[in-house]
Design a protein around this ligand. Structure first.
Ligand SMILES: [Zn+2]
Length: 72
């Protein structure tokens, strides 16, 4: 039987991430929702969030360049 003990790994205004010293699982608290994943899942989540953020920034950059076409 694993002895779960959660310690804070990181915290920001939107999320609180805890790791378990017993079973190694990671808990991501987002407001009232908690997602429990393993460390590999956390890496995968980080990758997909980064990808989504990059896509939004790319769209904004494209929109900005489109709006300022002909000014250069
Ligand atoms: Zn645990």
């Amino acid at each position: 039987m694993s002895d779960c003990h959660h310690v804070t790994l990181a915290r920001s205004g939107i999320a609180h991430v805890q790791g378990c010293t017993g079973c190694g699982c990671v808990s991501v608290h987002l407001g009232p929702t908690t997602i429990r994943i393993d460390p590999a899942g956390l890496d995968s989540l980080l990758a997909v969030l980064g990808e989504a953020s990059a896509a939004i920034h790319a769209e904004r950059r494209a929109a900005f360049l489109d709006a300022h076409k002909g000014l250069a």
